[in-house]
Design a protein around this ligand. Structure first.
Ligand code: VTB
Ligand code: MG
Ligand code: MG
Length: 339
């Protein structure tokens, strides 16, 4: 067992309140478990059962991680989906005090329907670092990679931001792919993107994967725009801390009641929230495992007696991004894979 005082090197001991570098590799076990559980339900048309399985697996594995975590981003309220509850204590209770953001499945519909880009994600940052998303379900978002990060501004017209990204990436607008959630609310946005000469790459769900793809090189997505879940915005920010790039967000209440609730909670609805506003800490950890195939990761695959997963793990402090391919023995996962 890896106890508090058993480490031979004091540097490696998990003590005090600083999340340790090893946490990153621990977290990937959690998203692997959730993805394997969710993977069992891919294509069966039942998103709540898939989500429930992923939540259960995540909860079980999370509690083996050496951390004293509180769920800040549980996700699921908006969709009345199975979820981890805000304020829920997670981890084994020892080790660093952290905020936890989870999305056992981002893209439950994608999972249920066998579409691309469903992910299981998990992020951790120092206690108190994460923005509280509970006042407003939706956020207007813009994500770009490191090259364009210093130029864009959510307050500018879409056309101008696209022009700025085009300049920063040194390619014509016609070579820019802008990822947008396919929703009626984005009709005008889509028109503006196309009028600026760029292309729209619609996603059905899963703007966490879309946002990370926009911030990562070599993905065919240059930018993400549009309104998606606020929790997903914070999860995306955790990933972006390590990949580089930026997210900018503005809370987007759907009606006057939500607007008032946000104002009462002390939010400035005109404020543009930066990556650092969404996650204050520079010591944050992010893990994601593919459920279905996607731009970032392969989905859960089966090969006789093995389940194969692909994940990404990152730590912002070092900026390391690791892609982890894992083979799991089906027999050890019976609980999640039977019936
Ligand atoms: C996005 C997407 C999610 O919610 O945040 C989206 O990433 C936004 O809300 O996968 P609507 O679906 O209501 O437009 C999800 O689709 C579901 O949480
Ligand atoms: Mg979800
Ligand atoms: Mg989600």
């Amino acid at each position: 067992a890896r106890g508090q005082h058993t480490s031979i090197s004091p540097d490696l001991a998990v003590s005090g309140t600083e999340p340790d570098r090893n946490l990153a590799m621990e977290l990937v076990r959690v998203t692997e478990a959730a993805a394997i559980a969710a993977g069992h339900w891919v294509g069966y048309g039942d998103k709540n059962t898939a989500d429930g399985a992923a939540v259960d697996a995540m909860r079980e594995f999370m509690d083996t991680v050496q951390m004293n975590g509180v769920v800040v981003i549980g996700e699921g309220e908006k969709d009345e989906a199975p979820m981890l509850y805000n304020g829920e204590n997670v981890g084994d209770g020892t080790g660093p005090e952290v905020d936890v953001a989870v999305d056992p499945i981002d893209g439950t519909r994608l999972t249920a329907l066998g579409y691309n880009n469903a992910l299981s994600v998990f992020a951790v940052a120092e206690r108190g670092a994460m923005f509280d998303p509970s006042a407003v379900f939706y956020m207007d978002k813009m994500v770009v990679g490191p090259e364009a990060a210093d130029f864009v501004d959510l307050r500018l017209p879409v056309k101008q931001n696209i022009h700025l990204v085009s300049k920063a990436l040194n390619k014509p607008a016609s070579q820019l792919n802008v990822c947008v959630l396919e929703r009626p609310r984005h009709e005008k946005l889509v028109q503006e993107i196309r009028e600026a000469g760029a292309r729209v790459k619609f996603i059905m769900d899963g703007d966490v994967a879309g946002g990370i793809a926009a911030a990562r090189p070599g993905t065919d997505v240059d930018m993400l725009l549009g309104i998606g879940g606020t929790p997903e915005g914070i999860v995306t920010a955790c990933a972006i801390k390590a990949t580089g790039g930026i997210i900018q967000g503005r809370l987007a209440p759907v009606d006057d009641a939500e607007r008032q609730r946000a104002i009462d909670a002390g939010h400035d609805l005109d404020a543009v929230l930066s990556t650092n506003d969404l996650v204050k800490s520079d010591n944050c950890y992010f893990a994601a495992t593919g459920i279905t195939d996607g731009d970032l990761l392969r989905g859960v695959r089966y090969d006789n007696d093995r389940v194969i997963t692909q994940s990404m793990v990152m730590r912002s402090k070092s900026g390391t991004v690791r892609i982890v391919e894992a083979e799991h023995q089906v027999r050890k996962w019976r609980k999640w894979l039977d019936d």
